[in-house]
Design a protein around this ligand. Structure first.
Ligand SMILES: CC(C)(COP(=O)(O)OP(=O)(O)OC[C@H]1O[C@@H](n2cnc3c(N)ncnc32)[C@H](O)[C@@H]1O)[C@@H](O)C(=O)NCCC(=O)NCCS
Ligand SMILES: Nc1ncnc2c1ncn2[C@@H]1O[C@H](COP(=O)(O)OP(=O)(O)OP(=O)(O)O)[C@@H](O)[C@H]1O
Length: 204
């Protein structure tokens, strides 16, 4: 098994890289999705979130109002720390489970775990390879505003609540420069895949 930890700031291109690696044959696991699973309707996690933040973060159908919770936590560091303390242990548990399942299904699998908060949650030591999607914060803010319809203020808040580009680069084994065209990003991913496949066949 080859275990890749794929990180990057918000809107840096992690999903684009993960999708390409998936098309080339990697098994994808996504921390953002696991964080959604951790607060699924009826889950203990969602109960704890409602206890801490009140019913205003719930939708009429009982699901999580992500926009309301996001507006609260990205403007208040203590609230964000409270949310992280509820969600992150479950994300860790689920990620370990999914990685073990993927390994059991195929001992030679290349697994790519997309984890926005690799540095922030101190998980840099757990991977065969740490890959960092890297584009300047200003460009990422512009993408969030233009492509996701976020206000500039919201985009800046999200960036401010994450590690810096320099902190992520410092833990990288491989940096994918995502500031150019999609084709340029994909060419770098294809080169990474060649390197990972060679490593796997040299071992096996
Ligand atoms: C606050 C929530 C409800 C907002 O939901 P929303 O649908 O708007 O955003 P989504 O979950 O799709 O996240 C988008 C991006 O925001 C950034 N982000 C999300 N959570 C955090 C966080 N706790 N700290 C810093 N950045 C974060 C990441 O870059 C992520 O890729 C949600 O982000 C959440 O529950 N966050 C806490 C769990 C978490 O840390 N998730 C990140 C991966 S473990
Ligand atoms: N060269 C590039 N490489 C990757 N993505 C790019 C590039 N140019 C533009 N984009 C766009 O930037 C956006 C961010 O990409 P993506 O969704 O892959 O980021 P992400 O890091 O997964 O985001 P999040 O942290 O919100 O989950 C996408 O809309 C993508 O199409």
């Amino acid at each position: 098994m080859t275990l890749i930890g794929l990180t990057g700031g918000i809107a840096s291109g992690k999903s684009t890289i993960g999708a390409r690696l998936g098309a080339l044959g990697a098994v994808r696991i996504d921390a953002d999705q696991l964080a959604r699973d951790a607060v699924a309707p009826g889950s203990p996690g969602l109960g704890r979130v409602a206890e801490r933040f009140g019913d205003t973060v719930l939708l009429p159908d009982g699901g999580l109002d992500r926009a309301a919770l996001g507006a609260t936590v990205f403007a208040d560091a203590a609230a964000l720390a409270n949310l992280n303390a509820i969600v992150h242990p479950e994300v860790r548990r689920l990620s370990e489970l999914r990685i073990a399942e993927a390994r059991a299904a195929d001992p030679d699998a290349v697994i790519v775990y997309e984890i926005p908060l690799l540095v922030e949650t101190d998980r840099q030591g757990e991977w065969d390879l740490v890959v960092v999607a890297d584009a300047p914060a200003e460009q990422r803010i512009e993408r969030m505003v233009r492509l996701r319809g976020m206000s500039e203020e919201d985009a800046r808040r999200r960036v401010a609540n994450q590690a810096s580009d320099a902190e992520r680069r410092a833990v990288a084994d491989v940096i994918i420069d995502t500031s150019g065209t999609q084709a340029e990003t994909e060419a770098q991913v294809d080169a990474l895949w060649d390197r990972v496949s060679r490593r796997a066949s040299a071992r096996g």
